[in-house]
Design a protein around this ligand. Structure first.
Ligand code: G6P
Ligand code: MG
Length: 215
């Protein structure tokens, strides 16, 4: 098969901001005596800020008021913004720039499909922004992954069909979203954790653009 476009998730795919989300939620959790585990954090990847807080409060068995929830969402984001304020191009994950340049050379279109409302800040701080033909972030979607909205909007912004696109994702919710949208998907991470991807790689250093033709 030939494809026209690649749609990238951001957190955990192009940059390792998953660790900053984890730290920011752990800091917030102290307010209601909750310690988020690595395993629980895996279930927050790809999920919006609001839904993440709901899941955490459920795990903590904590009944929060609407006012508390709104305050905590802001506090979590303030901590996160402080953590990402020092980001720079050195935090781009291994092999990413080489892979993006191969894609460009070979005429692929490139879009971002991220649930994060902070995606543009991160793309700017790392210099990644220049690679993208379209950016769909958490400000442009109403339904969270595993709903395919973010990737369908990415394909539409590039004037492509779903079947023209390959999605790159580190979260199970994102893999499910790509599949629901009728797209091929490459998982970044562990084969044991990520179910249903067309291929799983541990890093972009393991992948050549020519291999995309065999998906
Ligand atoms: C990504 C991350 C999630 C995060 C979500 C919203 O999908 O994987 O962990 O909660 O974006 O991010 P935001 O920057 O808007 O809080
Ligand atoms: Mg991710």
């Amino acid at each position: 098969m030939t494809y026209k476009a690649c749609l990238f998730d951001l957190d955990g795919v192009l940059v390792d901001t998953a660790i900053y989300h984890f730290q920011a939620w752990r800091t917030l959790g102290k307010q209601f005596d909750f310690e988020l585990s690595h395993e629980q954090n895996e279930g927050l990847k790809g999920i919006s800020r609001v839904e993440s807080l709901e899941k955490i409060l459920h795990w903590a068995h904590y009944q929060a008021t609407q006012e508390q929830k709104e305050r905590w969402l802001k506090e979590k984001n303030d901590t996160y913004l402080e953590l990402i304020s020092h980001m720079n191009p050195s935090e781009i994950l291994p092999g990413v720039i080489s892979f993006l340049s191969q894609l460009k050379e070979q005429g692929y279109l490139i879009a971002l499909g991220s649930a994060s409302k902070n995606a543009r800040i991160i793309l700017e701080k790392t210099g990644l922004i220049t690679w993208f033909n379209a950016i769909i972030d958490g400000n442009l979607v109403t339904k969270s992954k595993p709903d395919p909205e973010v990737f369908l909007k990415g394909a539409a912004a590039l004037h492509c069909q779903a079947s023209d696109c390959i999605v790159f994702e580190d979260a199970q919710a994102g893999i499910d979203a790509a599949k629901a949208g009728g797209m091929k998907v490459i998982g970044i991470g562990s084969q044991k954790v990520l179910q249903g991807a067309d291929k799983v790689i541990s890093s972009f250093t393991d992948l050549q653009v020519s291999e995309l033709l065999h998906l």
